[in-house]
Structures are given as structure tokens and as C-alpha cells.
Design a protein around this ligand. Structure first.
Ligand code: NAD
Length: 506
């Protein structure tokens, strides 16, 4: 791992720690990154002090004044080169993500691929930041809409996608002409550092002003600085609903803008018309992949009563084949949870299921003879939708099976949780699929047919409703949130007619 770190620009000093971004960080506190894979400390980084933060913001403000004047396609060219650099470092960065966060190597590599994809998307976007022309009611007047950059975009990210979430935000923000200050999860600072170095290298080669990309490290407190700072017009925050509520209040209190990407409680409906050969792999990847630590993880399966017993038994057999272990080893499906606190949350949820009267189809287990204390077995419980434990997001591989009779009932159950991120239905019945996608169907930001809840493509807008926060990132027209809209009316006549025909003779 030390070789990979040094190839990614993260240099160890003789105390075995990372020097971090020395220009921004005073030597006060250090943050040690511990791998959940084997419980070993990987390296430590310095944390940002309030004085460092002040310098970061001032440099970012100065950089914005130059960067906003670069033509957008030129900014896109820089982002294209970041995509190239990511292609060259895909294996190293994917391996670091996998080791620092605990997801399988395949998923670590997939996360870096997602970064490459968003770079490609942003490059195209850099020539398509379209406004509108609008018919004016006044003669010889032209009305139009322009999109201008906002300024500093604060990005607060979660541990489970330690690099992709930054890229979704940063690549769009940069082509839009914004500058970015990133506060990554305190659990995955090294993956963030590697991204910052990679971007810094490309920026240097292109004479991009210092401050277009900044990294601040630390705990929630550093995120609070961004949320409270009126010099940061947009805060894009990804994490728990608890965190999102705090960020939303702080940002709204100063009338700033926020993009909130928070927790999910995602369900798959398996209809009587489902093809189980599609549904089963969709459910297993969705529920057990990333050890249940995706915002889009499948947490509930709502099954038509006529297919319930069949699905239960096939799922149990599929779960029996899941290999839990070192996520860097080939053939391992499920790695560790992020830390011991996550294992305690898994155990507490299991206890709550039992207390509510639930039974396990696949038994839960904390796996003791593993290289760290973070490994658990993915489990399946028969449960009821209204139980408090089912209503909440437990960030672990616990899947709830729930039975239904009529599709309307299944849709009501799917919607009857506080979160609204991702949902799907497995059916070959056109009417069922269309009802699920209609205004009377799923209330989530993502609704799929014959595809599971997780594994979104970057081309679509990503995000969810209700307690998931309402934000949209990534594809479609999500870029508009990173810009300010300006309506322009130009009079090329010799008169000054007023709108609505108002006469004001002077
Ligand atoms: P978390 O809320 O504990 O932390 C996320 C980030 O917020 C961290 O960087 C943390 O330091 C910061 N933070 C915490 N409290 C803060 C505060 N009061 N003010 C400012 N910043 C604060 O989340 P986590 O455990 O890292 O990640 C798991 C959660 O993230 C899950 O709920 C998951 O569903 C969610 N998530 C959502 C999406 C999405 O797109 N909807 C994507 C990934 C993860």
C-alpha cells in the first residue's frame, strides 16, 4: 500500500505519516486513516485549523475572479485532462479506495470509472451551458437567459463513495466556472488527498490559478465552517439525514443554496409477473454489495404473496454463496463495514428486529475470526414495513422481506418511509410498470423497472425526495444548481415602452 500511496503522490515522512497538503495545514492535529480491511492504520494527515480555512477561502475567492473568465470549453479541456489522469491512475486509486473504505476492488475500480465518466460528461457540458431566448412582449426588444458561475462551491462528502461524489460535484462546478473547497469524510482522507494531488498536477500544467481546487480535512466541525460561511454560496452535502438537517439549517439561515444527498431506504417490488432470474441478482447485488453501505442499497423487498416462498428460498440459496472477506481478493463479494461503530449499529438493528417479532431467513452474524472487527454476514429478515427498525436506514447488509397482495398496496408500502431515494419494480406486465412510474407510483428520485435500486449511471440526475434531501447531482440538467440564472432584456428601439403596457408620462 505504501508504494501505491507514493505513486498517488502521498508521501510518507519518517514517522510513517502522510505530509498532507502542507501549504494549507498547520501541524496541529492529525487524522489517522485506519483500514477496515485489516484494522491497520494506513497513514495520517494533518487537519485544517480555522486559520488554514481562512486562507483557503481567501485563495479560492481570488481564484474565482480569474477562473470565471476562462471560456467554459477551456475549463472543459482541463477537466478532460483530469479524466485522462484518472484513467492512468485507475488501478492505484481504485485499490486505495477499496483498502481505505472496504468495498470490493471491483467496486473501487467502478467508482474511479464513474469519475472518468463524469469527466467525459462535463467536457461535453462545457460547450452546452445553454440559456434560452424568450419572446419579448415589447417591440424591438430581445429577452434571454444566461447562466453564470456562483463562486465557491463547498463539497461535504461521506465515507462510502470517498472519491466519486467529489467528482460529480467538482467536475460540473469547474466547467460551470466555480471553484471548489472539499471536506471529505474523516474516515477516508487519503483517497481525498490522492484526488487533490491528481487535480493539482493537471492544474499546474495548465496554469490554473491556485485555489480552484482546495481540500480541507477534519471532522464535522470543518463541514460546519463551510455551511455557516456566507462566502460559500452553494454547499453540496452528501451523508446522513442527521447531517443534512444540520447543514440545511445553517445554509438556509444565511439564505445560501444547498444540494442535499442524504440517506435512502430503498425497496424493490417483486410482482407476480417478475422474472426471478433478473430479480435475484438485482436484489443480492443491491442488498449485499458494498456490505449494504450504499445510499441506494436495497433494504426492503416487497414481494407478491404468490411468489413469496419461492423468492425467499432462492434468495437464501443465493446468500449462501456470498463470500465475505478481504475485499481486495478476487471472488470476494462482501468486504467489511467501515468501523466497529457500524458493526454495533448492525447488532442493534438485529436486536430490534428480534424484539419486534421478526425472524431471520438468513441469520446475522458478526464474524470474529477476521483480520479486523468490522466483518458481518449479510442477513435477511421477515419484517413489517411499519416497524421503527424498518423505517430507518441501517448502514449495513440487512434486508427486510415484506409481503403484499395488490400492487397499489405494494406502492403504498414502498412509499411509506421517510426517505425517497431509489426504488424499483421487477415485472413484465406493462400496466404494472407504468403505474409504478406514474404520478401515483414511486415517490423516489430514482424509479427503475427490471433493474435493482443501486448502480446508477452518471448520465441521469441523481438524488431523492423527502428526507433524502431533494438535491440532484451528476447528469441531465443538474449543472444548473451550480450556476446562477440571469434574465436579460435588451432594448434596440428608440422608444422606452414599459412592460404590461404601463404609461408613465414624464
Ligand atoms: P455522515 O453524515 O456521518 O458524514 C458525512 C459527512 O458530513 C462527513 O464529511 C462528516 O464529517 C460531515 N458532517 C457530519 N456532521 C456534519 C455537520 N453537522 N455539518 C457539516 N458537516 C457534517 O455520513 P457517513 O456515515 O459518512 O455516510 C453515510 C450516509 O451518507 C448514509 O446515510 C448514506 O445514505 C448517505 N449517502 C447518501 C448519498 C446520496 O447521494 N444520497 C450518497 C452517499 C452516502
Amino acid at each position: 500500500m505504501q508504494t501505491i500511496l507514493s505513486r498517488l503522490g502521498i508521501v510518507s515522512d519518517n514517522a510513517g505519516t502522510s505530509t498532507g497538503l502542507s501549504c494549507w495545514h498547520s501541524e496541529t492535529k492529525r487524522l489517522t486513516s485506519v483500514s477496515p480491511v485489516d484494522g491497520q492504520p494506513i497513514a495520517s494527515v494533518t487537519t485544517t485549523t480555522p486559520e488554514d480555512y481562512e486562507r483557503v477561502v481567501q485563495t479560492a475567492e481570488k481564484a474565482f475572479r480569474t477562473w470565471r473568465n476562462w471560456p467554459a470549453p477551456r475549463r472543459g479541456e482541463v477537466v478532460r485532462q483530469i479524466g485522462e489522469a484518472l484513467r492512468a491512475r485507475k488501478t492505484d486509486l481504485g485499490t486505495l479506495v477499496s483498502y481505505e473504505m472496504g468495498k470490493s476492488l471491483q467496486e473501487g475500480l467502478g467508482e474511479v470509472q464513474e469519475m472518468i465518466d463524469i469527466c467525459d460528461f462535463a467536457v461535453g457540458l462545457s460547450r452546452q451551458l445553454y440559456g434560452l431566448t424568450i419572446a419579448s412582449e415589447r417591440p424591438a426588444h430581445r429577452m434571454m437567459e444566461q447562466w453564470h458561475p456562483l463562486g465557491i462551491v463547498g463539497v461535504i462528502s461521506a465515507f462510502n463513495f470517498p472519491v466519486a461524489v467529489w467528482s460529480w460535484n467538482a467536475m460540473l462546478a469547474w466547467v460551470c466556472g466555480d471553484v471548489v473547497i472539499w471536506k471529505p469524510s474523516e474516515k477516508t482522507p487519503l483517497s481525498a488527498l490522492a484526488c487533490q494531488y491528481l487535480a493539482a498536477d493537471v492544474f499546474k500544467r495548465n496554469d490554473v490559478p491556485e485555489g480552484v481546487s482546495s481540500l480541507i480535512t477534519g471532522t464535522a466541525e470543518a463541514g460546519q465552517w463551510l455551511s455557516a460561511d456566507p462566502r460559500v454560496p452553494l454547499v453540496s452535502a452528501t451523508g446522513s439525514t442527521r447531517m443534512g438537517k444540520a447543514v440545511a439549517q445553517a445554509v438556509a439561515g444565511r439564505l445560501g443554496k444547498s444540494i442535499l444527498e442524504l440517506g435512502g431506504n430503498n425497496a424493490i417490488i417483486v410482482s407476480e409477473h417478475a422474472d426471478l432470474s433478473l430479480a435475484i441478482p438485482g436484489i443480492v447485488f443491491g442488498a449485499a454489495g458494498t456490505a449494504g453501505q450504499r445510499c441506494t442499497t436495497t433494504r426492503r423487498v416487497i414481494v407478491h404473496h404468490s411468489r413469496y416462498e419461492e423468492l425467499k428460498s432462492v434468495l437464501a440459496s443465493a446468500y449462501a454463496q456470498l463470500r465475505v472477506g478481504n475485499p481486495l481478493e478476487e471472488g470476494v463479494h462482501v468486504g467489511p463495514l467501515i468501523d466497529e461503530a457500524a458493526v454495533s449499529a448492525y447488532e442493534a438493528a438485529v436486536q430490534q428486529v428480534r424484539s419486534a417479532g421478526g425472524t431471520f431467513v438468513v441469520e446475522p452474524e458478526v464474524l470474529r475470526d477476521y483480520p479486523s472487527a468490522c466483518y458481518v454476514r449479510p442477513c435477511i429478515a421477515e419484517a413489517e414495513n411499519h416497524w421503527p427498525v424498518v423505517q430507518q436506514e441501517t448502514f449495513a447488509p440487512i434486508l427486510y422481506l415484506i409481503r403484499y397482495t395488490a400492487l397499489e398496496e405494494a406502492i403504498d408500502l414502498q412509499n411509506a418511509v421517510p426517505q425517497g431515494l431509489s426504488s424499483s419494480i421487477f415485472t413484465h406486465h406493462l400496466r404494472e410498470a407504468e403505474l409504478f412510474l406514474s404520478a401515483a407510483g414511486s415517490d423516489c428520485g430514482i424509479a427503475n423497472v427490471n433493474i435493482g435500486t443501486s448502480g446508477a449511471e452518471i448520465g441521469g440526475a441523481f438524488g431523492g425526495e423527502k428526507e433524502t434531501g431533494g438535491g440532484r447531482e451528476s447528469g441531465s440538467d443538474a449543472w444548473k444548481a451550480y450556476m446562477r440564472r440571469q434574465t436579460n432584456t435588451v432594448n434596440y428601439s428608440t422608444q422606452l415602452p414599459l412592460a404590461q403596457g404601463i404609461q408613465f408620462g414624464v
